[in-house]
Write a protein that binds this ligand. Structure first.
Ligand code: 6GU
Length: 265
């Protein structure tokens, strides 16, 4: 059978070359801005920005609170590229399509990917506003076969069975911890395990309790799929969760998760 998903190495290369032809920026760092965290992209200097809808092969953002621009520029003098808005499983695209930007990053020359997300806190010690350095993840859609590396493997990206025990770069975690302490963030800087679910519904109370027992500190609807693809093609990964709300863990609670608190909208 023809198992070609339409997102081949050649497709990614064509997109990367199309972008590189229109900017002198040669990014070694690629950033993915989570819900409500797209303001970082606006801080880039000497910007060259592309709307997702104008980029060949790119999916388009359908979620309110996600802008949908790929921004090239410099941060503190370093060339970087920033996704202002990302793609989620619940938008309905195939998972190979929503992770395509990671492979385009790779072909742009990116060596390190930094990802942020808005997440619900499961860890009882967490508070709203905490920043969690992600040390590991639970890729729940992946367990069920909704995994971005399903299908024919192109060795030009990476191996058939990539290792994930070193997915989150330990040096970068330590560096972030050190810098966070220096900046006076100690009281709200955490580390923990991020759990990705497909969404779009938020979790039931029983689901939150289950995820907590499984070792998750925070839960959201992104990041793990991108990390898997980024690691497959050999990029270093650093990721942060902003704890925008606390997951509801008991039946007496009046709290309800909603998109406005999550996206800062
Ligand atoms: Cl509580 N759950 C999920 N799945 N995603 C979130 C969230 C909760 N809070 C922010 N994003």
């Amino acid at each position: 059978p023809d198992l070609n998903t339409g997102f081949t190495y050649e497709d990614c290369k064509a997109t990367a070359d199309w972008l590189l032809a229109q900017t002198d920026v040669r990014p070694l760092v690629g950033i993915v801005c989570g819900s409500g965290l797209g303001g970082l992209a606006d801080m880039l200097k000497d910007q060259v920005a592309f709307n997702y809808k104008d980029i060949p092969n790119f999916p388009q953002s359908t979620v309110h609170g996600h802008a949908g621009r790929l921004v090239f520029g410099t941060l503190k003098g370093r060339d970087c590229v920033c996704m202002q808005g990302r793609f989620h499983l619940y938008e309905g695209y195939p998972i190979q399509k929503i992770t395509l930007p990671m492979r385009i990053f790779k072909l742009l020359g990116v060596e390190t990917v930094m990802l942020t997300n808005a997440a619900g806190g499961l860890n009882q010690d967490f508070k709203v506003g905490d920043i969690m350095i992600i040390k590991d993840h639970l890729n729940i859609p992946g367990f069920a076969g909704n995994h971005p590396l399903v299908g024919p493997n192109d060795e030009r990206f990476g191996v058939r069975f990539p290792c994930m025990s070193d997915a989150y770069d330990r040096e970068l975690q330590q560096l972030a911890m050190d810098v966070g302490h220096e900046l006076g963030f100690t009281d709200f800087l955490r580390e923990g395990v991020y759990c990705m679910l497909g969404g779009p519904s938020f979790e039931t109370i029983a689901e939150c309790r289950m995820l907590s027992k499984l070792g998750a500190d925070a839960v959201g609807m992104s990041t793990a799929h991108e990390v898997v693809v980024a690691r497959h093609c050999g990029m270093r990964v650093f990721a942060l969760s902003l704890i925008t709300n606390l997951a509801v863990m008991d039946y007496d609670s009046e709290e309800k998760a909603n998109h406005e608190e999550v996206s800062g909208g």
